[in-house]
Design a binder for this molecule. Structure first.
Ligand SMILES: Nc1ncnc2c1ncn2[C@@H]1O[C@H](COP(=O)(O)OP(=O)(O)O)[C@@H](O)[C@H]1O
Ligand SMILES: [Mg+2]
Length: 218
């Protein structure tokens, strides 16, 4: 087992209300497994993904990743886990505007001390970005930007790729191409893949489906 979440709780407090978003989430993901996380808008999918990816902390409960205690460590420990073990792809791409394609793709790998020019170039080719290396994000289509973001997440060869509605801003044809690439590349890297999606068509492309409902995995 690669990832394990036990009894996660998370609430948001606003001035006049408490919103109990996660109310006892348990889940496991095996090494190399591909899993879709579905659920209605506002059900807490992004909150859960951010906790699993060490970007946020739960109010209670535990996450372990590759035997490491994600929830029991401090900010620095979580940063180290993000750097070495996880890759994250967002709906909005989140590329660095001032960096070109190749430098965006290398960014996480450099931070992880795993910058491998041969693998970077292979990724560029696999992602259909050959010849675009010196372009800047604003010069690319949405689909191309998302492919750079996928390359950035996978360049350090993480154990777990997390993606939050990665095709949410793309048309159907581009979505299919991006999905196929992600599935082929996580298989090549040997990473597990946990993807939040609205689309039952996208969810059907993954090995297992989980649904978040009323704060728990249904
Ligand atoms: N930082 C926050 N402060 C207050 N409420 C939040 C915060 N982040 C998310 N929420 C609320 O928590 C609920 C779950 O949000 P989210 O995890 O983004 O759901 P999903 O990704 O399934 O749409 C929503 O009602 C959202 O408005
Ligand atoms: Mg969301």
């Amino acid at each position: 087992m690669l990832l394990r979440a036990i009894d996660l709780h998370k609430s948001y407090r606003t001035d006049d209300a408490v919103l109990n978003v996660l109310q006892g989430v348990d889940l496991t993901v095996d090494a190399g497994e591909t899993v879709a996380l579905t659920g209605e808008s506002g059900s807490g999918k992004s909150t859960l993904l951010h906790i699993l990816g060490a970007l946020d902390t739960p109010d209670s409960g535990a996450v372990t990743l590759d035997g490491l205690d994600v929830t029991g460590t401090n900010d620095r420990g979580r940063a180290d886990i993000r750097c070495r073990l996880t890759g994250m792809v967002f709906q909005q791409y989140n590329l660095v505007p001032s960096l070109n394609v190749m430098d965006n793709l290398r960014l996480q790998a450099r931070l992880a001390g795993r910058d491998d020019p041969g693998w970077n170039n292979a990724l560029i080719a696999r992602l259909g970005l050959t010849g675009q290396e010196r372009k800047y994000p604003e010069q690319l289509s949405g689909g191309q930007q998302q492919r750079v973001a996928i390359g950035r997440a996978l360049a350090p060869r993480p154990r777990l790729l997390l993606a939050d509605e990665p095709t949410g801003n793309l048309d159907a044809e581009t979505s299919d191409a991006v999905m196929s690439l992600m599935l082929a590349l996580v298989d090549e890297v040997g990473a597990a893949f946990l993807m939040v999606t609205h689309s039952s068509r996208m969810a059907a492309m993954l090995g297992r489906r989980l649904q978040l409902s009323a704060g728990r995995i249904a």
